[in-house]
Design a protein around this ligand. Sequence first.
Ligand SMILES: Cc1ncc(COP(=O)(O)O)c(C=O)c1O
Length: 483
Amino acid sequence: MTSQVRGVQLARLLGQWHALPGRRRSPDYVALAAAVRGLLADARLPLGIRLPAERELAEALRISRTTVTAAYRELRETGHLASRRGAGSWTMLPGTHRVASTGLWTPLDDREMIDLGVAALAAPPQLVPAARAAAEDLPRYLGGAGYHPTGIIELREAVARGYTERGLATSPEQIMVTSGTQHALDLVLRLALSPGGAVLVESPTYPNALAALAARRARITTHGLSDDGWDADLLLGSLRQTRPKLAYVIPEFHNPTGHLMAADLRERLVGAAHAAGTDLVVDESFVDLPLDGTPLPPPVAVFDRHSRVISIGGMSKPYWGGLRIGWVRASAPQVQRLAAARVGVDMASPVLDQLVAVHLLTQAPTIVAARRAQLAAQRDALVAALADRLPEWRVTVPRGGVTLWAELDGPISSALARAAEEVGVRLAPGPRFGLDGTLERFLRLPFTLPATELVEAVGRLAAVRYDLDRAGRPQWREPSVIA
Ligand SMILES: Cc1ncc(COP(=O)(O)O)c(C=O)c1O
């Protein structure tokens, strides 16, 4: 079934399309086509969706139908629109672009591109030795069928120990190993949310969490974070008022803003969630990465007396994303239910990868200390380069995690991302972290690449920023995975 975007909806998504930087001398139809391509590139307009009839869009945008006709013709010529007489026009992409099964994009390997769209580090040097040691361990498992829906016991024990050391007594029966944190979220949503269920998320938030929620057809409401993070009264108030089935939060070094939720709000949040009948999904992806010796508040689940809190986390941020190991911490019965749900999805995670994770976790203090030192140095280099080259941008220095959330000197994030592709910098513009095309004044910048690359990227962004008004018509480029 093809879904359709109505004229008024597309007009809202297009926003200030006629006033976008870089279009001063181009005709309206070119600017309109470029803006539609931009929406496709940002995944704010899905592929295969039917665009409004020309007359309907012209009315919604209050422009002439000829302009819309010319824009649609241009989109057909660039391979972004397919039309059939009498049936309408659908969004598509030029032939060489591939869509990943998640609906996000598989990037081409482009070695010249500085990729600031992905907030994850390269693997640590301990990875290959850990993989060799894991292969040595494998024979212990080869006598069985190899399916462990909740994960191999060694890894569940190691993860449970990590929680207990953080002050949250946890047994291996409360842990289920998954293929990454994203998989953990998807499984939890399958279990805890029926289609159309109401969910409260932070705004901005992690885009792939929004994708997982969209896949469950969740009805999403948002809590807007401010410069200082969560506003306790507003957050608890919206829980009380909307009583969502579920709330998804990232309390440790929130992606993208880097905020850390204070202990007292954690406690009040759990209480309010219980009173509202809301399950809390707590994404602890960045909990291992406080910088500058920042002390960590207790895990949110410490305050949970009613099995309201489901914690998810994984190896990707402190260790390596390519390992695809994550987990859920919940009550033992919830873990059993998740494991049963999982059998209909992927049965179990690979044993070998779990063994690699076990070996890495035995070296956690060494590996994580090195990661923190590396991230702090890279963050400082990025902040210094921004202060030097783009002093109009406002940056709050995060005390942990891997990203900062810059406030730009105008609503230019998507235009900047498009222009940056031209100079070999891939960005995740602000609107990717929200729902409704807002957040154009913001840009997430990860500090996961080496300092030299970050400084080079900022130099290129500064050049592009000041050129934006004079830039020519943006060329179509491959959209990117955001992580
Ligand atoms: C908040 C958050 N949750 C989940 C993920 C996905 O993690 P994984 O690679 O473990 O699936 C990320 C990755 O960027 C993230 O930032």
